[in-house]
Design a protein around this ligand. Structure first.
Ligand SMILES: N[C@@H](CCC(=O)N[C@@H](CS)C(=O)NCC(=O)O)C(=O)O
Length: 218
């Protein structure tokens, strides 16, 4: 019924995989290799924006792009023990707010840094990368303080905000070491890694980590 178009190295796909594994939601994984011309064309035919994750639900005849919207969709139509968006409107807003914060102010800046490493030498954007690093540091400082008294991103229970935080912090740690400056985030990332759905996501990504570009000069 559910098919997830994804790649095991993709951080935004990790966000959705965590949600799917969290509730043991059955789905068919469809790995998309964007380097392969035919696979790329087929994926773009499905979703011209060309970004994964994309969830296809044949039972409801729905095609759902965007990681946060996919998680909301799962919560709505395939609910499980973990509720990703609380019923209470105030709490729901706090979860969406944290989800947006991790995506927009950490995840996207991290993506800019990593994406620049994949550019050809004559097409680098050092100014953009510096700006992304500066903004990411400000955002990391904010969540470092937020996490001082919290177990999970939006409080005491695991929500969509934690699905967003896990890949954002995991890869942010790869491009700017969190240890030393962000002890609360280091401890939080550790809790996330120990949670079975994220541990499984990382384990499945392991064979692909060798393709992750490791430094800015790459
Ligand atoms: N806002 C989107 C972002 C998705 C995104 O950036 N996906 C990346 C992988 S992490 C992608 O598809 N990159 C391929 C490309 O840009 O060609 C979401 O939350 O799902």
């Amino acid at each position: 019924m559910l098919t997830l178009y994804f790649h095991p190295l993709s951080s935004f796909c990790h966000k959705v995989l965590i949600a799917l594994y969290e509730n043991g939601t059955p789905f068919t994984p469809k790995l998309v290799n964007l380097q392969d011309e035919a696979e790329r064309a087929a994926f773009h035919a499905l979703w011209p924006v060309g970004k994964f994750p994309v969830l296809q639900d044949s039972a409801r005849d729905q095609m759902v792009p965007e990681s946060s919207i996919i998680i909301e969709y799962l919560d709505q139509h395939y609910p499980g023990a973990t509720k990703f968006i609380p019923d209470d409107a105030e709490q729901a807003r706090a979860v969406r707010s944290a989800d947006r914060f991790y995506d927009l102010h950490i995840h996207l800046h991290m993506q800019k840094v990593v994406g620049d490493r994949l550019r050809p030498p004559n097409a680098k954007d050092p100014h953009g990368v510096q700006d992304a690093r500066t903004r990411m540091k400000v955002a990391l400082g904010i969540v470092e303080q937020d996490m001082a008294g919290r177990t999970w991103a939006a409080g005491g229970t695991f929500t969509m905000a934690d699905c967003a935080a896990a890949p954002a912090l995991f890869y942010a740690d790869k491009v700017t070491a969190l240890s030393g400056e962000y002890p609360n985030l280091v401890a939080y990332l550790d809790r996330l890694k120990q949670r079975a759905p994220y541990a499984r996501t990382l384990q499945e990504a392991e064979p692909y980590f060798k393709f992750f570009p490791r430094d800015d000069a790459a």
